[in-house]
Design a protein around this ligand. Sequence first.
Ligand SMILES: Cc1cc2nc3c(=O)[nH]c(=O)nc-3n(C[C@H](O)[C@H](O)[C@H](O)COP(=O)(O)OP(=O)(O)OC[C@H]3O[C@@H](n4cnc5c(N)ncnc54)[C@H](O)[C@@H]3O)c2cc1C
Length: 498
Amino acid sequence: MYDVVIVGGALSGASVAILLLTEQPQLRILIVEKTQAFSRRVGEATVEVSTYFLRHQLGLTSHLNHSHLVKNGLRFWFANEKTKTLADCSEIGARYLSRLPAYLVDRAVLDEEVLRRALTLGAELWRPAAVRNITLEPGGIQRVTIKRGDLELLVETRWIVDASGVAAVLARQENWLKPNLEHPTTAVWSRWSGVKDFDSPDLLRKYPEWSRECYGIRSTATNHLMGDGWWAWWIPLKSGDVSIGVVFDERRLDWPKGGSLGDRLKSFLLQHPIGNELLAEAQWQEGDVHWRKHLPYYSTTFVGDGFALVGDAAAFLDPFYSPGMDWISYTASSAAHLILAQHHGEPTSPLIKRVNDDFTRSYSRWFDAIYRNKYDYMGEFDLLGLAFTMDVGLYYLGVASQPFLRGPAALREPYFATGPSTPFYHWMRTYNRRFARMAQVRRARGQLGRRNNRHRRMVKGFAFETSTIVTVLRAAGGWARLELLEGWRSWFGRTKSP
Ligand SMILES: Cc1cc2nc3c(=O)[nH]c(=O)nc-3n(C[C@H](O)[C@H](O)[C@H](O)COP(=O)(O)OP(=O)(O)OC[C@H]3O[C@@H](n4cnc5c(N)ncnc54)[C@H](O)[C@@H]3O)c2cc1C
């Protein structure tokens, strides 16, 4: 009999074990992990909340500094028919280095380290072993069937934590899993070798003016190649390999057919001036080319008296802005808090209701405020630039600042779950909707991408300071100006989007 059985020993599962054992070392925790060793996986860029979680809650600062790369913010590259070289691309990014820490991580390395720490604290690991079936008994003993070698074993536990990622064992079994059909996106990715560096000396010599525009480091940002209905991430790893992948809206882009997936990924990326310049000699890694269709989904239930869903097993929305490990921080923290509350004899019903309400509201508001139809304007330098400034500025002021100012309790308040976030949700949803409409009108008028060459939005960097409020307000002013210049075309009636 265990206190907690965790399905999946990767980041979200091992994190819950660490949070629990740090508070209650005597808990009997079993982690069941299907794979013998973790392979590389997507989820390679942290942001401010997830970095706080990894450093302050899991104690990984030294590991992150030694085994991964320090990230230098986000950088976006836009193209149109006039952009012939990398230096012609319009650019959004920081002029200097970032002010808060974040990392570019090799998940095979990171997840093994987090799991190792959970075992050091006293968790037991069955690996390789796979959870086959779970019988839930609210408030009672949960029964878990586990395949381990040739054996099928029945294990009893007070709590089950589902951290099985997209396998979403419990949500599928209980029919809680719903696809988010309003956001049909697909991702294709690989790890690459032989990728030219953004800061390589020959590029600095070839484009001296371009190199002088940035005083920081371009190559260790999460770089993004942007297009109409798609974007690509570009994440260097400590080993020298680079993770590069494309995410596209299935309504906006027909993924090329014919040839191997790696070939198609490369020829697609070569069409962008950045890809053309940096990927000519690069090779995707055989056996490490992946395709995932219909990315977003959510569970209608997140926790109950005896179970909790964490990380990707609870929901997935969109990888743009790298929120996946923030979601892990929120779900893992809430799951551990609930289990510890029950362990201390506190009433769990109000907590269970609050967690289910908060995460349900969070997912739906997060979608509306940030991602709904965003791929309509992903490829528009000016629209995405304004959205990026307000999205990230408001994230800094209202979200990322919270654990730093108030401590880890803020990690139990997912995006847009709290009362004070409501006006900001409405504001963000409005400008996101307006930018999508403006892009739809531009598309209908054949005017997409006109500012995608030779413009730069070099931001000073975000902080929990008045300067960021000013930056956000300036972007809001830019939005108002755009409304007067062209937004009026879609104020009344609908312009049909092709
Ligand atoms: C294209 C793309 C790009 C992304 N980029 C980012 C990013 O830059 N930053 C970011 O923060 N997030 C990103 N994400 C999200 C991120 O990958 C996930 O949020 C994160 O990896 C989820 O971690 P997890 O531990 O919940 O699940 P996983 O990492 O999927 O781990 C689940 C574990 O459960 C095990 N398992 C599965 N079934 C069973 C079973 N039946 N029994 C036992 N074990 C089982 C698996 O073997 C696995 O080890 C991205 C996602 C996508 C799709």
